[in-house]
Design a protein around this ligand. Structure first.
Ligand SMILES: C[S@@+](CC[C@H](N)C(=O)[O-])C[C@H]1O[C@@H](n2cnc3c(N)ncnc32)[C@H](O)[C@@H]1O
Length: 318
């Protein structure tokens, strides 16, 4: 199967990323151990070895390394390691890669200049495909994922907020806690393509299999660590539908989710969060008082349990 990573690296063989999940790439312990062991192995040879590696660079910094594994009992494949989300280990990674390069015979090393953002998108796609393959035997209820009345209602709400509260979803959009993408479906219908994130693999699986969530725009990760997961990018708008349940016990967790989200929103950027209950929306309004200007809207005249309370605002300019 050809995936974006194959296209970027211009290789046919399958690729295996060293870290088991997207979020593991924020702290690449396993990759560093592997590189260290590889250098130790190579040091045993007095001559240069016949191997193939690909180095991915941006601005003279290597941020990813592909190592070719020739066919044995299994077909040939490439192992891929990257420090693109782990800035702390960037220097060590570079040193290790250059130490490996020194042991490789002429012609075995190729260097590609690829923008990090392109690589990250391909990485997201890789982990989404991996999730679907890993959980392929899990049953998915498509009817549950696509909720037509909710989609139609959300489309109307968003249109109204664009008119009355200058909600602007025309730029880059982050959707936190997207779940299975039930609400993302409404954004899609409006031509909005958010970057979606949730820490529940099964919900993400449902969304991917139902095609509501796009593989290259979806991440399984903990939003309390959002600023480690998304590097070098700020969003024009941040959204979260049906955040919660928020109760006395988990308020610190939701506080961190919201604070991290605001950090990744551009100054003046739009904020849209929906909730089931009034205490939840008021908790968020009070929490964001210093950082954003916002209003609370009640939709409770509807029969629906979804999106009854809305926080609509903008991140402050200072
Ligand atoms: C009530 S569901 C809403 C799902 C979706 N936004 C919707 O409106 O249909 C709340 C979602 O928040 C997610 N969530 C809770 N804590 C999280 C965290 N720390 N990081 C990422 N997602 C989280 C849950 O996995 C769940 O999918």
């Amino acid at each position: 199967m050809t995936i974006k990573l194959n296209e970027l690296l211009d290789i046919q063989e399958s690729i295996i990323l060293m870290e088991s999940g997207y979020q593991n790439n924020t702290y690449i312990t396993k990759s560093l151990r592997f590189l260290y062991n590889t250098i130790s192995e190579l040091s045993r040879f007095n001559e240069l070895v016949d191997a193939k590696i690909i180095m991915l660079e941006e601005m003279d910094r290597v941020y990813a390394l592909g190592l070719y594994n020739p066919p044995t009992k299994q077909p040939a494949f490439w192992t891929l390691l990257t420090t693109v989300l782990d800035t702390e280990h960037q220097n060590t990674f570079n040193e290790f890669v250059h130490a490996i390069k020194k042991h490789i015979a002429e012609g075995g090393v190729s260097t590609l200049h690829i923008e990090r953002s392109e690589f990250i998108e391909a990485m997201r796609e890789y982990y989404s495909i991996k999730l679907v393959e890993t959980l392929k035997n899990c049953p998915v209820n498509f009817e549950f994922v696509y909720n037509e009345p909710r989609v139609e209602r959300l489309k109307i709400i968003i249109n109204q907020l664009e008119q009355s509260y200058s909600l602007d979803l025309s730029g880059s959009v982050l959707e936190i806690c997207c779940g299975n993408g039930m609400a993302t479906a409404a954004l899609s219908k409006l031509g909005i393509r958010p970057l979606c994130i949730d820490n529940d693999s099964y919900s993400i699986l449902e969304g991917l299999v139902s095609k509501v969530l796009k593989p290259e725009k979806t991440i399984v990760a903990d939003v309390t660590e959002l600023t480690d997961i998304i590097k070098g990018e700020e969003f024009d708008a941040s959204i979260g539908f049906m955040l919660g349940d928020i109760d006395e016990f988990n308020k610190p967790l939701w506080k961190e989710i919201l604070i991290q989200t605001i950090k990744l929103t551009k100054k003046g950027g739009s904020l849209l969060f929906t909730f089931r209950t009034e205490p939840e929306v008021m908790f968020v309004k009070d929490l964001l008082e210093e950082l954003a200007t916002g209003d609370v809207i009640c939709q409770s005249e509807t029969e629906s349990l979804y999106d009854c309370w809305i926080y609509i605002g903008k991140k402050k300019l200072v």
